[in-house]
Design a binder for this molecule. Structure first.
Ligand SMILES: [Zn+2]
Length: 99
């Protein structure tokens, strides 16, 4: 199946630099490696592009976890928060009364 639109990704290089890129529906891929001038490098496939940078990890935009800006939810273990009140308080995790 061919994607209808370019697909965004980030190339994480081994020395820590992160480059924004896109893969086009025909497989051709590019990364912007000079943010100041906007110069890009491209290759026929994303694997060739990766190889040209000596490896690195591809992070696909559509596979990244949603960035909510909130810290990950911690389960509430307050022993006073049991039963129906947990829902009212918005507590997450298992009810301490049942564990
Ligand atoms: Zn709670």
């Amino acid at each position: 199946m061919t994607a209808a639109f370019a697909r965004g990704f980030r190339l994480h290089l081994s020395h820590g630099q992160v480059l924004d890129g896109a893969q086009y529906p025909n497989g051709w891929a590019l990364v912007m490696d000079d943010p100041e001038w906007g110069l890009c490098s491209s290759a026929r496939t994303i694997e060739l592009l990766q190889a040209g940078y000596g490896g690195g990890r591809i992070e696909w935009a559509d596979e990244a976890p949603a960035e909510t800006g909130l810290p990950p939810t911690q389960p509430c273990t307050d022993p006073r928060h049991t039963g129906a009140i947990r829902e009212q308080l918005g507590c997450s995790g298992p009810d301490p009364a049942t564990t």
